[in-house]
Design a protein around this ligand. Sequence first.
Ligand code: AVI
Length: 324
Amino acid sequence: MAHPQQLLPNLTFLDLRPPVTDAAREVAASLSAPSPSLDPKYFYDQRGSALFDAITRTPEYYPTRTEAALLTEHADAMAAQLPGELVIAEPGAGGCDKARLLLDRWRPSGYMPLEISRECLLDATRALAPRHPSVHFTAVCADYSQALSFPADDQGRPRLVFFPGSTIGNFEPVARADFLAGLRRLAGDDGFLLIGADLQKDPGRLNAAYNDAEGHTAAFNRNALHHLNRRLDCGFEPDAFEHLAFYNETAQRIEMHLECLRDQTVSVAGRRIALPTGTRIHTESSYKFTVEGFSRELVEAGFAPLSSWVDDEELFSIHLARAA
Ligand code: AVI
């Protein structure tokens, strides 16, 4: 176990030193598969995170603001179903933006963001901890798999695992079931889960949300190629790819692709990979749920659903569950 560092009176930092993945081999394998794809994690370098922020402020992208409104409106009703002493654990916390509201409203005993980006984690918690002196912050630098097996030992206080944003929708179904089971392990036997899930709706509304008029989603999609060029010197021509995002009603997911507009060859991990005109690289799936279907998935993962909240337009849902 890593040695904890006391950074501020109420901020402890634990570095689990997430293993460095072999991005070049991973990218070469996924690009040369019969249906080429890229892992959505490649969207998120510094520019990608800024572009995602810009997406969340577009009029078309409703999930972030709808979820924030639901959290604001129902924070007291949620707290009423939870024990008074609580530690909030947030895997993939990023800049800890969404937890701020819960820290303000609930004043939990502890907050434990688990985040792979050391810089992001330290910047966010160093800024936030002094504003919440009664909350003990434990900042854990970890990847998802380390985060999910992080022991539930918060001096006897129950854990609430917080997983907002409908990030759960970016997992393929089998991986999603595994991940939800991991959230159950992280919560522990007396723990809870608060999770956001985007809802199925009129495809027109969904297609607009992933094709914003200002082009931030298109730039975010192409940024995966800029990122890989910088990091692995692949030689993609990002401007020679078209952003495609559409709702696949059969699979109940938004699919994002990058379609090659002219023949090109990229080099990754010592391999030359041809991308002829018309090649589609699948860059992201974003699954959409029903309240009933998502509740069933929670039960299958070992949770007992307590309540769910949906906005008036039935765009987005938040689910509170306890460990079963
Ligand atoms: C992070 N995730 C929940 C976003 C989504 O809606 O699936 C990522 C995103 N991709 C395009 N726009 C937003």
